[in-house]
Design a protein. Structure first.
Lengths: 388, 388
C-alpha cells in the first residue's frame, strides 16, 4: 500500500465513484522495481513480460527507463511499439505462434523469437522469406523444460523441450539459415528459491557446448521470469536473485559469460497494484455455532483473481478491522458459478467484525489481474483499472 | 453440428474472414430445446439462465417463445428486459447481491429473489422500503444445499444453506413482511442422473411442512438447472428428466403439487453452439518415439474454454481427418500461461494426421464460453460470437 494509492482510493470514495472493484497501480513502485532489477543484474537486459500488466502507462514508463519487452502476441508487440520501444527491444517470447503472426511481427521489425521445436523454426524461416527479411537477421532461441521446483505457480510442461532436443532444434535453425541465438527457460512463477536458476543454467551450458561441437556458436541465455512479489510471505530481495544468478552463471560458463536477458512480469508490477473490493455477504451454511463463515466479495476468480485457481496465489487482504480477532473464512466471488471460490481448502483468517458493505484491500494485485478478468461473465463488467 | 452452422463457417472461410476462433450458435436448436423443455415439464415455468449465453438474439428468441429469465446481476436483468421480457418474467437468482443492486432490480420491476441466509433477507426488506415497494409484493425463495452427486461440474457449497436453516430463513422473511415464496436447489451442472432431483425434493417437502406448522404457506419449488448437453457421452433426453422430476414431485408432495420453475442454461444453448478453432502447433517435448504429442489451439482456458478447468468438461472435437487413426494428445491453448492446458491428465485422442493450420470444431460450445473469455489476456481478443 502506498500513500498515493491510499489518497486515490479516498478521493474515489469521497466522490462516490467507488462502485465495483478496482485495481490501482502506482507507477513509482514500478520505477523502483525496474531500477532494482537493472542494479541487481547490471549486465543483463530487462525484457518486461507485457502479459503481467499491459496498461499503456506501465509500458510507457518502462520504455522511457530503457526496458525491453517480452510479448506473447502481435497485439502485445504493437502495444510495446506504441509505448515507445523500438522493435529491436521487443522479443516475441511465445513458443506457440501462427505463421502469419510471425510474418506480421517481422514486418513490425521484431527479430527475436522463441521456439521449442523444429516445426516452429520452419514457420519462422518461411515467414521471413514471405516478408523478405534475411533469415540470418532473425534470432531464434530455444526454450528448455525446467522442473519449477520452489515456485508457487509452478509451470507445466507446456513450454520447452528437453535440453538434448534443444541442441537439435538450434541446429535445425542454423541449417535453415536463421541465427541460432541462444537458450531460454523459466524457473516457475513466484519462485521463492534464489538458487533455482542453477540447474537450468547447467543445462544451458551443456547446450552451448554441444552446439559449439556442431559448429554453432550460441550467444544468449534468456533467464526468464519467476522473480516473486510479496503476497503473504516475505520474499528474498531482487539483489539476492542477482547474486545467486551471477554465481550460477560463473559456475557454469566460467569466464565466457553469455549475453543474458531476464523477463520479469510479476516481480516488476505485482507489488505496485492493489485491488479495492467490497464485502457483499457474510453468512453461514447452518445455524451451528462452529459452522464456517463464508465471506463473498464483489470480485472473484472470473473478475480478475484467476490466480487463486487451486488456491495457488494467496493474496494479503487488509480491512479496517485488522486489530480484531480473526476467524477462518471461506472467501468467494460474486458470480453464480460454484467454481468462483477463492479460498476454501485453506480458509482465510478474517476479522470477526468484517461486515457486509465493508471495503477490503487486496495487496500485490498489480500483475495477472486486469487482463484475466472475464469479458462479461454473469453480466459483471471487467475489472476497472487506474494507473497513477 | 447443424447445416446452418456448416454453411456459415464455409462462407466465412471463403471470404477469408476466418481469423481467430469463433463461436457460432444456431437459434433453431435453441427453439427446439425450449419446446422440448416446455413439453417435458408442461406445468413448470422455464427461466432461462442468462449467464449460460446472454447473446441478445438468444434472449429475444426465448422471450418471444414465452421463456422467463434467471439472472445473476442488474446487467443481466436489463438484458432480459431489453430482449422483451416483462419484469414479472425475471428472477434475480443470485444469492449474493449488493443491497443497491436489489433496490435497482426492484425499481426495474423484478419481484422474485433468491436468498440463502437471513442477512440477504434483511437487505431485500431494506431495499424494498428504500424504493417504496410494498414488502408483501416481494417474493423470496431460499436456496438449499444439494450434494450434486452425478454431476460433471458438481457445485461447491457456495450457494444454499442446510434445509433446517432454510425454514428459519423463510420464517425470517415472513416476519419481515416479505412473501416467503418457496425453496430452490441445484442438483449440479451437467447432471447425468435423472433421479438426482429426488433427494432435494424430499428436503423441499420437509421445508414446506415445517413452514406450514409455523403458519407460513410456501408456494413454489425452483428445480434449478443441471439439465445436460451432449459432450462426448450421450445424455438422457429432456423428457426422461421431466418424467423423473414429475414422479419425484408426486412422491414428496402428493396431490398438493407446488408451483414449479426450472432454470436450464447449458441444456438450453449448449448443443446450439460450436467453436471453430485452428491448430497453431503440433510438437513433442523430446525426440523419443513414444513421447506424447502436444497440440496447441488458438483457443484455450482463457479464451472461452474455462470449463475445461480440472478437465471437468470434455468437449467433442471434430477434424477433417476423423477417419484416420488417433494418438493420445495433450491439448493446450495459445497463451504464455502454463495453466492454459485443456486436457493433460487424460490425454485427448486426435488424428495422427492433424497438422498445423488445420481447423477443428468444438461441439457443445453454446453455453459458458463467450462470457468466460478473458478481456485481453496475452493480447488475445475475447471469443468472437455469431448467432444465426
Amino acid at each position: 500500500m502506498t500513500d498515493r494509492i491510499r489518497d486515490f482510493l479516498r478521493v474515489r470514495r469521497e466522490l462516490g465513484r467507488d462502485e465495483g472493484p478496482v485495481m490501482v497501480l502506482d507507477l513509482d513502485v514500478v520505477r523502483d522495481n525496474y531500477t532494482a532489477f537493472a542494479r541487481a543484474l547490471p549486465d543483463t537486459r530487462v525484457f518486461y513480460a507485457v502479459k503481467a500488466n499491459p496498461a499503456p502507462e506501465v509500458l510507457r514508463t518502462l520504455a522511457e527507463m530503457g526496458s525491453c519487452f517480452d510479448t506473447a502476441s502481435v497485439v502485445e508487440i504493437q502495444m510495446a511499439l506504441s509505448a515507445g520501444a523500438t522493435a529491436d527491444r521487443v522479443s516475441f517470447g511465445n513458443t506457440i505462434k501462427k505463421e502469419r503472426c510471425i510474418a506480421r511481427a517481422l514486418q513490425l521489425g521484431v527479430r527475436l523469437f522463441a521456439v521449442d521445436c523444429q516445426a516452429e523454426v520452419d514457420k519462422i524461416a518461411r515467414a521471413a522469406d514471405a516478408v523478405k527479411v534475411a533469415r540470418e537477421d532473425v534470432q531464434v532461441f530455444c526454450r528448455i523444460l525446467c522442473d519449477g521446483a520452489g515456485a508457487e505457480w509452478p509451470l507445466s510442461r507446456k513450454f520447452g523441450c528437453v535440453p538434448e532436443m534443444a541442441v537439435d532444434v538450434l541446429e535445425h535453425a542454423y541449417r535453415a539459415g536463421l541465427n541460432a541465438y541462444g537458450v531460454s527457460f523459466h524457473v516457475g512463477s513466484q519462485q521463492g528459491n534464489t538458487e533455482a536458476w542453477d540447474g537450468a543454467l547447467a543445462s544451458a551450458s551443456m547446450i552451448f557446448r554441444e552446439c559449439a561441437i556442431r559448429g554453432i556458436h550460441l550467444s544468449m541465455v534468456n533467464l526468464g521470469g519467476g522473480f516473486p512479489t510479496r503476497y503473504l510471505k516475505a520474499v528474498p530481495g531482487v539483489e539476492s536473485y542477482g547474486d545467486a544468478i551471477f554465481r550460477a552463471l560463473t559456475k557454469h560458463f566460467g569466464n565466457q559469460l553469455p549475453e543474458t536477458i531476464i523477463e520479469p512480469g510479476r516481480g516488476m508490477v505485482g507489488n505496485a497494484g492493489m485491488i479495492e473490493a467490497e464485502v457483499v455477504l457474510v453468512s453461514q451454511k447452518s445455524d451451528a455455532a462452529d459452522e464456517v463463515r463464508w465471506v463473498y466479495l464483489d470480485i472473484g476468480k472470473f473478475g480478475g483473481l484467476a490466480e487463486t485457481m487451486d488456491e495457488s496465489i494467496r493474496y494479503r487482504i487488509l480491512t479496517d478491522h485488522d486489530e480484531d480477532r480473526t476467524v477462518p473464512c471461506v472467501l468467494a466471488g460474486p458470480t453464480c458459478d460454484s467454481a468462483d471460490v477463492l479460498y476454501e481448502k485453506t480458509p482465510y483468517p478474517l476479522p470477526v467484525s468484517l461486515a457486509i458493505g465493508d471495503k477490503v484491500l487486496i495487496e500485490g494485485a498489480g500483475a495477472y489481474t486486469t487482463t484475466y478478468a472475464a469479458v462479461a461473465f454473469n453480466g459483471f463488467p471487467p475489472l476497472q483499472s487506474y494507473v497513477i
